[in-house]
Ligand binder design. Sequence first.
Ligand code: NDP
Length: 284
Amino acid sequence: MVKLIDGKAIAASKRKEMKLKVDELKGKGVNPGLAVLLIGNHPASISYVKGKIRDCEEVGIHSELLRYPDTISEDELLSEIEKLNQNESIHGILVQLPLPKQISERKVIETIAPEKDVDGFHPLNLGKMLTGQDTFLPCTPFGIIEMLKSENIEIAGKHVVIVGRSNIVGKPAGQLFLNLDATVTYCHSKTPSLSEHTKQADILVVAVGRENLIGADDVKKGAVVIDVGMNRNDKGKLVGDVSFDSVKEIAGYITPVPGGVGPMTRTMLLENTIKSALMEIGGK
Ligand code: NDP
C-alpha cells in the first residue's frame, strides 16, 4: 500500500515547534525578522509572498513586506538590499523571483549578505553546502530532506534520481542527498531515455514543471516519489509533474500536489530565519 507523505501536516507540526523556538529567542531579547521584497504585481508572486508573511505571523517572526514598482532600477534595488544588510532588526532577506528584465538575478543574490541569505542561494552558502559545512540550505531541497526524515525514510546507500538541474531545486537537492551518503543520478532535458534512469530510483525527485512527465511505467515498485513540479492543468487545477493516480499504484511513498513539497518549502524559510537569529545569540 502506498503511503502519502503529507507535507502540509509535517510543515504545520514543524511550525508549532518553531513557535516555541521563537518565543525562547524573544525571551533572550532577539526578535527574529524577515524582509520580503516584492517587485511588480505578478499574481503568483503576490500570492507566494502573502503566504510567507502569514507563516511568519503564525510562528511569531516579525516580517516586513517591501514592495517596489517593476520599473525600479537595478541600482535602486541593490541599494535597498544594502540597507537591509545593515538593519539589525532583519535576520533574513528574501527577494521574490522572478525579477523584471532590467535586474540581474545573480547581482541581487550576491548583494544579499550571506548571513541573511535565508533562501540559501548565495554562492558562498552554496559552496558551504557543497563542502558539507553548516549553512542556510535552499528551502525546497531542505524541505524534501526534512519530509523524508519525518517519515523515517532511509537515505544512506539509496539510489536517488533527480529529474531537473536548476540552481534552486535540482542541483542542490542532489548535493544534499550526496552529503547524506546516497548515490545520485541527475537527469535533465538532454538526458536520453529518461525512463531508463527514473526506473532505477529508490528515491525519485521530479522538479521539471511539466504535467504528466512521470507515469507508472517510469517508476520502480515501492519507490519513494517526490513531486516538486507545480503546473496548472487545462482545468486550472494545480498539479505536479507526476501522474499521481497511476504512480500511487506503484510507489511506496508519494507526495501530493498541492500539499506536498510546497508547504515544506515555505516552512524551511522560517527555519532559516530562526537559524539566522540564533546565530546572533551565538555571536553575543
Ligand atoms: P527550471 O525551469 O529552472 O528547471 C527545470 C529543469 O527541468 C531543467 O533542469 C530542465 O533541463 C529540466 N527539464 C525540462 N524538460 C525536461 C524533460 N523533458 N526531461 C527531463 N528534464 C527536463 O525549474 P525549477 O527547478 O525552478 O522548478 C521546477 C518545477 O518545480 C516547476 O514546476 C516549479 O514551479 C516547481 N517548484 C516548486 C517548488 C515547491 O516548493 N513546490 C519550489 C520551486 C519550484 P535543462 O537544465 O536541460 O534545461
